[in-house]
Design a binder for this molecule. Sequence first.
Ligand code: NAD
Length: 502
Amino acid sequence: MRIAQADTSVDTVLSTVTDFLKAPQVLLNGNSLTAASGETYPVYNPATGEILTRVPACGATDVDRAVKAAAAAFEGPWSKMLPVQRQGLMLKLADLIEAHGEELAQLETLNQGKSIMLSRLIEVQSSAEYFRYMAGAATKIEGSTLDVSIAIPPGMRYQAQTRKEPVGVVAAITPWNFPLNMATWKIAPALAAGCTVVLKPAEETPLTSIRLVELCREAGFPDGVVNVVTGMGETAGAALVAHPGVAKITFTGSTETGKLIGVQAMKDMKRVTLELGGKAPMVMFDDMDLDLLGAAAGIGVFFNTGQTCCAATRIYAQKGIYEKALEVIANVSRSLAIGSGLNPMNQINPLVSAKHQSHVKTCIARGIAEGATPLISASAPEKGFFVAPELFTDVRQDMALMQDEVFGPVVTITPFEDADDAIAKANDTRYGLGASIWTNDLNKVMRYVPKIQAGTVWVNSHNIPDQNMPFGGFKQSGIGREHGSRALENYLETKSVCIAYR
Ligand code: NAD
């Protein structure tokens, strides 16, 4: 594996990265795509606030070209490939992601701002593993044979079977928090199922997605199988969702945008899966292992600078451990080093954009105006899109801090006495993506896990997905599940075939 140690600092950016940044090439059918309008837009380095490069601002015409390329590949070379050939290409792509691992990791950190350690471990390593996992699924698609009871006309006999068929061209729309990994979560099962893809990455973070399409070409995928269009959500994204050539939409992003996409998808009866926002609770019982408090805050709350859809943003700690939990989590919040993601010692990195930085600062100011008490009030570097961690007490259930997504390094902590009341408060949100309970009492685990309204409930951990563990939301956190071999169903149609014989 040609990737640096996860905790090695980046002192000099690789020349492959600086060369790529001079003129990123969005490939369409092997040729460089320029937007029909001729427009480009700037992509920023969140650690400095400076422009990193420019990419095409694609619109409806460009989206149309990409969907047509994907449709041609779906009808043409891709449909003729055997499952084992799709599997082989996906394994090759995984190897190429690893071989270019350090380059992809540096690109991601420069573009998204995150710790180089997370870029190496999650964006690169976990994405390579994800392609391998889904590659295995490509050769294990199966239907069933069915005995049926059809009695007409007399003397005729029947047997039925189900076939699984790829749904067609997939529109994959991704957010900015884990750009390469989110693209992988969508592209890998789609390819395994036999679909072709048009990927629309978040406008803020298109670079590793552009590079991924180049690597698909290098791996030997036929042109048109994996395509990318860069551009704004309201233009490129909306055009992709509405395109008649798209059969299925897979979206990760905000609940607000998810609702728009869901409505549009239903107009054309497109298949759709939505992974949306979250407001995850952490319920800490008196009997929990107090040695885990530091990790709970570090991984559960501040991982990726809080820009994680299932980050714990509401901690409920039982009275007996509340003071201790407050002390440890406040100490963690104060002690985290803030700075550029290129240095892995920095645990709080810039937020993705000036717009998002302003949103997080507004959430903090509103919390204070509503009467919550900030305990940290630390300063962050002036240059770049930084916000220092904040921990709030005295937060009521009806405050925006409890109800709305902040998506930054901001957390609330609230004491509780009655466990049923704490679970009710944990569920008192329109979201239902992730949650955790912390206890050494098996009885509490068995009693309370079923009562929590969330797609994933961790016990004595938080915020750790796995490719084999279904992931998605209850309530307004989405529709459908990603991960696991059943995720392929999102990209397959079931066809019943009824065969008559005498
Ligand atoms: P967003 O909804 O603004 O954007 C997500 C994507 O949708 C981007 O590619 C954007 O360009 C595109 N988009 C925006 N408007 C569109 C439109 N009208 N039509 C089509 N596409 C459109 O979200 P974001 O700010 O990029 O991401 C942060 C959000 O994502 C948070 O709410 C977070 O909770 C959520 N998220 C959820 C998960 C999950 O798995 N559930 C994972 C990561 C992030």
